[in-house]
Design a protein around this ligand. Structure first.
Ligand code: IVH
Length: 687
C-alpha cells in the first residue's frame, strides 16, 4: 500500500470506479458492499486530511450535501422524442413495411430492447466528465437535475475512456426489491406509498436533497448515444460502446435479423416479464443501421426508425363480494374491495383499494358486480371498471358510511384530500392502529405487541392511549386470550424496557400526522426536549429542515389536542425519554436490523479512545468538542503520543498533525468528526 497520500488517493479513486463498473455495468461485483464502503471511508479520510487531493469526480463527491432548490430549465440539444406505441402484431408489420418501403432493396436489421418502465434522462459528458443531467420534460426542455444524477451510483461521474464529449440517454428505474423496500420504509414512516416503481423513480429524481436520492438506489439503462468521437455504423455498436465507457445498458438487448426474431423476443419477454427484477411494459424495436436511421428520420413526435411494442395490461375479471371501510391510525377512512380471489401477474388478489368515495361513484361500481382488475407496475391492482353485461339485478350501490364504523363518530371530509376522516381521538380502531405503530420496530420496538394483542387491549378497554401501556399489570394481561402467563410477563418487560428508547423514536412513535422518522429525528435534534417543542411557534417549526407549514401545523394540532397533556404526563411518569441525549438506541441502528439496546458510551466511535484535538474546528469550540468526546466515553489529551488513538485535525493544524503522521496515528477531519458526533446524536449544530 502506498504511503504517499496523493498516490493512495489516486489508487482508491481508480479502485472504487472499477468496482462501481463491475457492479452496475458488468453486474459482477468482486467485493462486498462493506468492503466498498471501507475503501470509500478511507478515501474520505485521506481527502479530509489533504483537501487539495479532493477532485470533483471523486466517488466521495457524489452528494454535495446542499439542498438543490428549484431546478433550472434547460433546452435539449435535440428533442427527446417519445416512441410510437403499438399493441398488435399488425401494427409492427405495418411499421416494418413502412421502413422497407423507405429503404428499397436494402437489408434491414433490428435491435430489440426491453422497454423499461422508468423515467428518461439525458446525460451530457464533456472531456469524459458528467456535466449535466436533464429530465425529458416536455421533450424540448427539461429540468436540470445534475446534483441528483451525481448521487446515483449507476451514473458514472467520469467515463472510462478519456477525452469523450457525448450525450447519453437512458432510462432511470428502480429494481422491484428496492421499490418494495422504499415503500416499506415509507409505510412505517407514516408517509404515503408510491403506486409503482416509475412514480417512485420520478419522485426520487425531483427530490431536493441529493443524499435522499442516493439512498433510493436508482438504476440506469443507457439506450442512446450521440458523439463525434467514434464512427459506429450500428446502434448495436453504440450499446457496446456505452458499456465500454462505463454506462450500464440493459443486458437483454438482442440483434434481430428479421421480424420473426422480433416476435420471438416479444413472446419470450411477455412470458419472462414477471421474473425480471424490474418492471417492463413492452419491447422497443429499433432499426440497427445508423445511416438508415438517419435517412428514415423523424415525424414531429417520434422517430420513424423505432417503435414500442407494448404488452397488454395484465387483467383479470372477478366478483366484488363486498366493500369494507378501514380506519387508519390518523383516522382516514378508506374503502377496500373484498374480491373473490383471482390470480393476476404472479400473485393471488383478494383485496384492492378503492381509494375514496368519489372513485367508486365515478366508476359506478356496485357490490355483486363482476369487475375488471388490472395490474400495471402497481403494488395494488386497480379496479378499472365493472362488466355491465354481468351486473346482477341485486347489485348493491355502496353507501359510504356517514359515521365511523368503529366508534360511530360522524366522519368529516378532509378538504385537502378526497378523504373522509374520523376525528374522535378515542376511536378504538385508531387507538388499535396507534398502539401497533407505537410498538413497531422503528418506533418503541415492543416485542409481543402486534395487531392481535393491540386488538385485545382495546377491546377489553385496558388502554385508552399509549401511555396506559406502562401501567398494565401482569394480571390484566393474563386475562387476555392467547396470552400465556410467560408471554404476559415478557410483554410487561418489553413495555418497561421501551422507556429507554431515545427521544426521536418516542416522537416518531406518537404517530403524529406527517411525522416520519426523518422529521422526528430533526425535531429531537433541534428542539432537544418535549418541553421545548411545546413552546415552539409554528414559524419556528416550519423553519426547520424537512418541516414545512403542513407538518408544523400537524405537530401543533397534536400538541394542542385536549388529551395530549394527559398522555405526555403518563409517559413522563413512566420514565419514557422526553429529551435528547439520553436513551439507548437511535433509530438508525434499528433500521440496520440491530435492535439490541446499546449504551451510548459503547456505541460511539470515541468510546474508550484517547483523542487529541488540533487546529480550528468549524462550528464548535475546542472545549465543546472535548466535552462531547468525553460524554461519548473518550479521553481527551493535549499531546500526541503512541497512546493516542485519534487526532481530530481542523484548519491550520500544525505540529500535532505532523507528529500524528509520524506515529501513524489515525487522523480525522472536521467533517468526519461531525459525522461521528451526529451518529451519536451529538451534532454541534444542535446539541
Ligand atoms: S428509445 C428516439 N429505448 O420509452 C428514441 N426508449 O416513448 C427514444 N424507454 O421516453 C427512446 N426503454 O423513456 C428507448 N430501450 C428503450 C427504452 C425506452 C424505455 C422509454 C423512454 C421513452 C419512452 C418512449
Amino acid at each position: 500500500m502506498s504511503t504517499d497520500p496523493a498516490r493512495r488517493v489516486a489508487a482508491l479513486v481508480e479502485q472504487l470506479n472499477e468496482h462501481n463498473y463491475r457492479y452496475y455495468v458488468l453486474a459482477q461485483p468482486s467485493i462486498s458492499d462493506q468492503q466498498y464502503d471501507a475503501l470509500l471511508a478511507e478515501l474520505a479520510q485521506l481527502e479530509d486530511a489533504h483537501p487539495e487531493l479532493r477532485r470533483p469526480d471523486s466517488p466521495t463527491q457524489r452528494v454535495g450535501g446542499k439542498a438543490t432548490g428549484d431546478f433550472a430549465t434547460v433546452r435539449h440539444a435535440t428533442p427527446m422524442l417519445s416512441l410510437e406505441n403499438s399493441y398488435s402484431q399488425d401494427a409492427i408489420q405495418a411499421f416494418d413495411a413502412r421502413v422497407r418501403r423507405a429503404l428499397p432493396g436494402e437489408e434491414v436489421r433490428y435491435v430489440a430492447e426491453l422497454k423499461l418502465d422508468g423515467v428518461a434522462l439525458s446525460l451530457l459528458y464533456q472531456d469524459s466528465h458528467l456535466m449535466r443531467a436533464v429530465t425529458r420534460g416536455d421533450g424540448i426542455q427539461g429540468d436540470d437535475i445534475t446534483a441528483n444524477a451525481r448521487a446515483i451510483g449507476a451514473i458514472p461521474l467520469r467515463l472510462r475512456q478519456p477525452s469523450i464529449d457525448c450525450e447519453v440517454r437512458g432510462e432511470v428505474y428502480l429494481l422491484r426489491q428496492d421499490f418494495a423496500a422504499l415503500n416499506r420504509q415509507r409505510e412505517s414512516d407514516g408517509e404515503s406509498l408510491f403506486a409503482n416503481p416509475r412514480n417512485a423513480t420520478a419522485g426520487s429524481l425531483k427530490l431536493q436533497d441529493p443524499r435522499l436520492v442516493a439512498a433510493r438506489r436508482l438504476r440506469l439503462a443507457a439506450y442512446w448515444l450521440r458523439t463525434d468521437r467514434v464512427r459506429a455504423t450500428r446502434h448495436w455498436d453504440h450499446l457496446r460502446i456505452l458499456r465500454d465507457w462505463g454506462l450500464p445498458t440493459n443486458p437483454e438487448a438482442r440483434c434481430c435479423p428479421d421480424l420473426e426474431a422480433v416476435w420471438a423476443y416479444f413472446r419470450e419477454f411477455g412470458q419472462r416479464r414477471d421474473e425480471l427484477p424490474y418492471e417492463i411494459d413492452g419491447v422497443v424495436i429499433k432499426v440497427d443501421d445508423l445511416d438508415q436511421q438517419r435517412r428514415l428520420g423523424f415525424t414531429a413526435k417520434s422517430p420513424r426508425f423505432a417503435m414500442a411494442y407494448k404488452f397488454q395490461a395484465r387483467q383479470a375479471n372477478t366478483r366484488l363480494l363486498d366493500i369494507q371501510v378501514q380506519v387508519g391510525r390518523t383516522g382516514a377512512v378508506t374503502p377496500v374491495a373484498v374480491l373473490e380471489p383471482v390470480p393476476l401477474g404472479g400473485s393471488t388478489i383478494s383485496r384492492a383499494t378503492l381509494h375514496n368515495e368519489d372513485e367508486i361513484r365515478r366508476k359506478d361500481i356496485r357490490i355483486g358486480d363482476t369487475v375488471v382488475l388490472e395490474k400495471g407496475g402497481d403494488v395494488i391492482p386497480k379496479i378499472v371498471a365493472f362488466v355491465p353485461a354481468a351486473r346482477p339485478a341485486d347489485a348493491r350501490p355502496f353507501a359510504f358510511p356517514e359515521d365511523c364504523p368503529a366508534c360511530a363518530a360522524p366522519l368529516v371530509r378532509d378538504p385537502d384530500e378526497a378523504v373522509e376522516r374520523c376525528e374522535n381521538p378515542a376511536c378504538p380502531a385508531q387507538l388499535k392502529r396507534r398502539l401497533e405503530h407505537y410498538a413497531s420496530r422503528q418506533a418503541m420496538n415492543i416485542e409481543g405487541l402486534g395487531p392481535a394483542v393491540a386488538e385485545q387491549l382495546v377491546h377489553h378497554a385496558l388502554v385508552r392511549d399509549v401511555g396506559d401501556l406502562y401501567s398494565l399489570s401482569p394480571d390484566e394481561l393474563r386475562g387476555l386470550e392467547r396470552l400465556a402467563e410467560k408471554s404476559a410477563d415478557k410483554l410487561i418487560k418489553a413495555i418497561g424496557s421501551s422507556t429507554a428508547r431515545s427521544f426521536d423514536r418516542v416522537l416518531f412513535a406518537l404517530g403524529i400526522r406527517h411525522v416520519g422518522t426523518t422529521v422526528a429525528r430533526t425535531l429531537a435534534a433541534k428542539m432537544g426536549s418535549m418541553e421545548r417543542l411545546r413552546q415552539a411557534t409554528p414559524e419556528e417549526l416550519a423553519a426547520l429542515p424537512d418541516i414545512g407549514p403542513k407538518i408544523a401545523g400537524a405537530i401543533q394540532d397534536f400538541l394542542a389536542a385536549p388529551d395530549t397533556s394527559n398522555l405526555l404526563e403518563k409517559l413522563a411518569a413512566a420514565g419514557v425519554q422526553l429529551r435528547s441525549g439520553v436513551g439507548d438506541d437511535a433509530m438508525d441502528s434499528a433500521r440496520d436490523g440491530d435492535t439490541s439496546p446499546r449504551p451510548q458510551a459503547e456505541a460511539s466511535y470515541f468510546a474508550g479512545k484517547t483523542v487529541v484535538l488540533t487546529g480550528t474546528l468549524a462550528g464548535i469550540t475546542r472545549d465543546e468538542a472535548a466535552a462531547r468526546i468525553r460524554a461519548l466515553g473518550g479521553t481527551v489529551t493535549g499531546s500526541v503520543s503512541a497512546r493516542t488513538d485519534v487526532v481530530v485535525a481542523g484548519d491550520k493544524a500544525g505540529s500535532k498533525l505532523d507528529r500524528a503522521r509520524e506515529l501513524d496515528v489515525e487522523v480525522i477531519g472536521t467533517e468526519q468528526f461531525r459525522a461521528h458526533l451526529q451518529a451519536a446524536g451529538m451534532d454541534p449544530e444542535t446539541g
